[in-house]
Design a binder for this molecule. Structure first.
Ligand SMILES: *Cc1c(COP(=O)(O)O)cnc(C)c1O
Ligand SMILES: [Zn+2]
Length: 412
């Protein structure tokens, strides 16, 4: 029996057969995967999940991959949820948690979505996997395509960070470096979908790709002993994962996996250097997300024309969350703050999330006992260059290899 029954338009509700497509022909709204909920209700349970693998695939019943499919996995997900007491003390939060998704196989959240997308594509006969990427997606796609023995084409902006380029190229995909920004790369790929038989993870097979995001919120609830937190802070690129996290919370409630029936407040984080969603959230017309030209060190979320932007604003408002943004200096400061207090080294996108968390905390958003979770979505080694270029490290001395030099130069 198939648990995925088709696709449905998020705007007009038009239904489609299961296929590699992501836009409604009637209204151009985005399409979402539709499950046989009644059938799932009979099988989904906490104990069934807890006896599953120690990866995001313990949530397989709630992912768009049928039971008979051999999944493409590198052990993604089930990343640590860390109670952040030292950072919490600085911010006046007694129940602050960090979901450390930099611990994934290619060191970002993207492994979740790509594992699902490539599993789906291979099961449906695709031989080539492709994507338009700001870096982390190409990294994950290249790794999982290698693992699955599939052809791979990744399209990236030409000015990507050197560390990201190296960690993509090592998997030997076909790399197309486009002289343009991400939005231009994405536009080109949207045209290529028509003329190639390829599965573009974030374009034609997006409805399945997006579903992988839910596991981040499923795991968070499980790791909080099957409770949803009061608020979740999420970095916004396209807004794709943000939308799926609310859906994940709804499913946890619907399937009786969590205590209570309250969806958390969902709060979005952007860099001021690329903040189309934040700009709209602050305006009188939050549904009108106007494109911007990105100019920020947070390149992995530098999307000037985010496809799910308006849904982010709707969900933030409906759940009592907000969308906030931080400056370039605040991003780097937050990366340092997180490292100094919790021993976690995150990339610039994580700096955006922690920057927004600390900005909101300082502005008095929370009383102190709320359970707040920040999603740390990528590893610091991906963007280590920003730490040397923005400002040096103050607690450093250089000495001769002698006791004398040590005594002279180092204060202990
Ligand atoms: C892609 C990405 C995001 C944003 O995800 P969207 O679904 O595009 O909003 C956040 N953080 C990191 C590290 C990413 O790579
Ligand atoms: Zn429609």
């Amino acid at each position: 029996m198939a648990k995925i029954v088709g696709l449905r338009c998020r705007e007009c509700g038009a239904e489609y057969e299961l296929q590699a497509t992501h836009v409604c022909e009637m209204c151009f709204g985005p399409l979402d995967a539709v499950y046989d909920q009644a059938a799932l209700k009979k099988v989904v349970s906490r104990s069934r999940i807890e006896s599953g693998p120690k990866s995001m695939w313990r949530y397989r019943d709630l992912l768009p991959i049928e039971d008979s499919v051999n999944v493409v996995t590198l052990g993604e997900g089930f990343t640590p949820l860390v109670k952040a007491d030292r950072l919490g003390a600085e911010l006046g939060l007694r129940n602050l948690y960090l979901k450390n998704d930099s611990m994934n196989p290619t060191n970002s959240f993207k492994d979740r979505v790509v594992s699902v997308a490539i599993s789906w594509a291979r099961a449906h006969g695709f031989e080539t996997i492709a994507c338009a990427s700001t870096g982390n997606l190409a990294n994950a796609v290249a790794a999982y395509a290698a693992r699955a023995d599939l052809e791979c084409f990744v399209f990236i902006p030409v000015d990507l960070e050197p560390a990201k380029v190296a960690s993509i190229s090592v998997f030997d995909p076909n790399v197309v470096a486009v002289r343009g920004n991400y939005d231009e790369v994405n536009r080109l790929c949207s045209q290529l979908v028509e003329s190639t038989p390829w599965a573009f993870c974030n374009i034609n097979i997006r409805p399945f790709y997006a579903e992988g995001s839910k596991t981040l919120t499923f795991e968070t609830a499980e790791q909080l002993d099957w409770k949803l937190p009061d608020e979740i802070i999420i970095p916004i690129g396209s807004g794709c994962q943000f939308v799926r996290h609310r859906q994940a919370a709804r499913e946890l409630i619907e399937y009786g996996l969590v205590r209570g029936d309250r969806v958390p407040a969902f709060t979005g984080a952007q860099a001021l250097g690329c903040s189309p969603v934040y700009n709209a959230f602050q305006s009188d017309t939050p549904d009108r997300v106007l494109p911007v030209k990105p100019d920020t060190i947070a390149k992995s979320i530098a999307i000037g024309n985010p496809s799910d932007g308006l849904y982010v604003n709707r969900i933030a408002r409906e759940t009592g969350g907000v969308v906030e943004a931080v400056s370039e200096e605040e991003i780097v400061e937050a990366m340092r703050l997180l490292a100094r207090t919790e021993g976690i080294f995150t990339e610039t996108a994580g700096g955006v999330t922690i920057g927004v968390l600390s900005k909101l905390a300082k502005a008095g958003r929370w009383k102190g006992d709320e359970v707040v979770v920040a999603y740390v979505t990528g590893h610091g080694l991906k963007t280590a260059d920003v730490l040397t270029s923005v400002n040096g490290h103050a607690n450093r001395v250089e000495i001769e290899p002698t006791m004398k030099s040590f005594r002279e130069k180092v204060t202990i």
